[in-house]
Write a protein that binds this ligand. Structure first.
Ligand code: FAD
Length: 487
C-alpha cells in the first residue's frame, strides 16, 4: 500500500486495529522485550521528548506493544502546536485548526481520545469571501480585475492575490505522483517558488503581492522550495478527493491532546526543558534538563522541532545532512491576535466581515465556532513572515493597538466596537520558535536523512513526515518511529 492510500484508508481500519494486527509489530515484540531488559529499575524502555501530538501518539503505540514509556515536555502543558485559547469566546485556535476527511490517523486518534468532533468545513464556507484591501481601498473580484494596480497577467486578472499561488501550483504542478516529491529523481525540480512562478509568467511585483505579503510557507518566494509547495498541493488534493468535510474538536482542539495524555500509562512530565542528549559508548541514553536533573533510558525518541533542537547539545553529534537540517530548517513565523466585536459592524456597513490586506493589518479571518454556525464568535487577525516579525518587534500591546486602529480606519462602523484580546506569536514561543517547518530550494534532499536514527536516538515530529502534512504528518511520523524503535 503506498503512503497516500495508507493515509486515506487508515480511518477505515483504525490505527489501533492496525497495531494489533500488524505482523511487523507483532514480530518485533519479542525482540524488544529482550532489548528492554537493559533498562535499569524504574526507568522507561523509551523516553520521548515532547508532548505534542507526535510524542503522545508514539507513546501510545509503544505502550500498546507492551513497552514502558515516559514523556518529558518543556512547557507546562501538553499539545505543542495544538493550542486553544480555552478562556475566549468560541475557543479560538492559535495552532492546529482542523482535519479533513482524509485524515485517517487524525480521525482515529480523535475517536480514541473520546472528544466530540464537529464539522467545521461548512462553517468556513459561510458568508461572502474576504474583501481585498489594496492600501485603504476595498475591492471586489470584479473591481480587482479592472484595478490599474493589478500586476497579474491578463488571463489571471480576476484571480485574487490570496488565491493565485495555490491555483498556479495546483494547475502547473510538475509532479505526476506527489508522493515522489522527496525521491532523488525529483531533485532537479527543487527550485525556488519564485522561479516556478516566474516560469508561469508572473512578474516580481505579482509574486510579491500573491506570495510574499502573506506566504503560506517561507519568508518569501526565494526562500521556499517549489517542490515542497507541489507536495503540499498533492496532499491538499488528496484531502479534497476524500470529501468536503473538515473536523475540529468541540470546545477546542487542545482537549484532544489533553485526553490523549490522560490515556497513557506512563508519566508525562511537564516543565522539563531538555538541554542535552548524550549517548554512552554502550548505547545508553541520558537526557539532561535545564534544572540540572537527568533521566536515562535504553532509547530516546526526539520530537522536538529542529528550531528548538538546535539549542540542545547532542553527544556524539549528528552528522551530514541531518546536522545541517537541525541547524538550518526553516520554521514559519506567524503571529495572531484574537479580536471580538461588540456589534456586527459588517452588517452595518454591508461589507464582507473578512479582510485580506496588503498592509500592516494582515488577514482578518472571521471565526464561526458558536452553537449557531452562522454566528461570528470573533476574528483571528493573522500576520505571516515579515509582517509577523514586525508585529513581534512592536510588542503585543502596540501590535494589538495597531490592528484595532487599522480595522477602525478601514471599517468606520467598527469604531469603538472592537477589542483585541490575546496576542500569540509562534516565533516567540520558546518551545517552537515558529510554526510549520519548510524547506528552501535545494533542501528537499535533506528528507533522506532527516529522521535517520543516531544509535538509540530516534526522530519524529511533523518535520520528518514525507507522506502527509500538518497533524496527519506528525501522526505518520509516530508510526514510523514506533516501528523503528520496535525493530
Ligand atoms: C497556526 C497553526 C495552524 C495549524 N493548522 C493546522 C491544520 O489546520 N491542520 C493540520 O493538519 N495541521 C495544522 N497545524 C500543524 C499541526 O498543529 C502540527 O503539524 C502538529 O501539531 C505538530 O506536532 P508535533 O508533535 O510534530 O510538534 P509539536 O506540537 O511542536 O510538539 C513538540 C513538543 O516539543 C516540546 N519541546 C520543544 N523544545 C523542547 C525542549 N527543549 N525541551 C522539552 N520539550 C520541548 C514543545 O513544547 C512541544 O510540545 C497548524 C499549526 C499551527 C501552529
Amino acid at each position: 500500500m503506498d503512503r497516500r492510500r495508507f493515509t486515506l484508508s487508515a480511518a477505515a481500519f483504525g490505527l489501533s486495529a492496525l497495531a494489533a494486527s500488524s505482523p511487523l509489530l507483532a514480530a518485533t515484540k519479542t525482540k524488544v522485550a529482550a532489548k528492554a531488559a537493559s533498562r535499569q529499575p524504574g526507568e522507561p524502555d523509551v523516553l520521548i521528548l515532547g508532548a505534542g501530538i507526535s510524542g503522545l501518539q508514539a507513546a501510545w503505540l509503544l505502550e500498546e506493544q507492551g513497552l514502558k514509556v515516559a514523556i518529558v515536555e518543556g512547557r507546562g502543558r501538553v499539545g505543542g502546536r495544538i493550542m486553544t485559547l480555552l478562556d475566549q469566546p468560541g475557543y479560538p485556535e492559535m495552532g492546529f485548526n482542523s482535519m479533513g476527511e482524509g485524515y485517517g490517523r487524525g480521525l482515529d486518534v480523535a475517536k480514541r481520545s473520546g472528544v466530540t468532533l464537529q464539522e467545521v468545513g461548512e462553517r468556513y464556507r459561510i458568508g461572502p469571501p474576504s474583501l481585498l484591501y489594496i492600501g485603504d481601498k476595498p475591492l471586489t473580484r470584479e473591481e480587482w480585475a479592472r484595478f490599474p494596480g493589478n500586476p497579474f497577467p491578463d488571463a489571471l486578472k480576476t484571480v485574487m492575490p490570496a488565491e493565485l499561488v495555490s491555483m498556479l501550483v495546483s494547475k502547473k504542478t510538475r509532479l505526476t505522483d506527489w508522493n515522489a516529491w522527496a525521491d532523488p529523481a525529483s531533485a532537479p525540480l527543487d527550485i525556488s517558488l519564485h522561479d516556478f512562478l516566474q516560469q508561469q509568467g508572473l512578474s516580481d511585483q505579482a509574486i510579491h503581492l500573491a506570495h510574499d505579503i502573506a506566504p503560506y510557507y517561507g519568508r518569501n518566494a526565494y526562500d521556499l522550495s517549489a517542490l515542497l509547495a507541489e507536495y503540499n498541493d498533492g496532499f491538499v488534493k488528496a484531502q479534497i478527493a476524500a470529501g468536503p468535510k473538515s473536523f475540529a474538536v468541540k470546545g477546542g482542539n487542545l482537549l484532544m491532546a489533553q485526553a490523549l495524555a490522560k490515556q497513557l500509562k506512563g508519566d508525562v512530565l511537564l516543565g522539563r526543558e531538555v538541554v542535552a542528549i548524550t549517548q554512552a559508548s554502550g548505547g545508553r541514553m541520558t537526557v539532561h534538563f535545564k534544572d540540572g536533573s537527568t533521566l536515562s533510558a535504553p532509547k530516546v525518541i526526539c520530537t522536538l522541532p529542529f528550531s528548538t533542537l538546535r539549542n540542545v547539545a547532542i553527544e556524539p553529534g549528528l552528522s551530514g545532512m541531518q546536522a545541517q537540517a537541525v541547524a538550518q530548517l526553516g520554521y514559519q513565523p506567524i503571529s495572531m491576535i484574537f479580536v471580538t466585536a461588540e456589534t456586527p459592524f459588517w452588517e452595518q456597513d454591508g461589507l464582507a466581515p473578512g479582510m485580506w490586506t496588503d498592509g500592516v493589518l494582515g488577514n482578518v479571518m472571521p471565526q464561526r465556532y458558536g452553537e449557531d454556525p452562522q454566528q461570528i464568535t470573533g476574528f483571528i487577525v493573522q500576520a505571516r513572515a515579515n509582517l509577523a516579525d514586525y508585529w513581534d518587534r512592536l510588542g503585543a500591546e502596540n501590535a494589538k493597538a495597531l490592528v484595532v486602529s487599522r480595522i477602525e480606519a478601514l471599517r468606520p462602523a467598527a469604531k469603538g466596537r472592537i477589542r483585541a484580546h490575546s496576542y500569540f506569536s509562534w516565533s516567540q514561543e520558546r518551545f517552537n520558535v515558529g510554526d510549520f517547518s519548510y524547506l528552501a530550494p535545494g533542501q528537499v534532499k535533506w528528507m533522506a536523512d532527516i529522521a535517520k536514527p543516531a544509535g538509540n536516538l530516534f526522530f519524529a515530529g511533523e518535520h520528518t513526515a514525507t507522506g502527509a502534512r500538518g497533524l496527519e504528518g506528525a501522526l505518520e511520523s509516530s508510526e514510523r518511529v514506533a516501528i523503528e524503535v520496535l525493530g
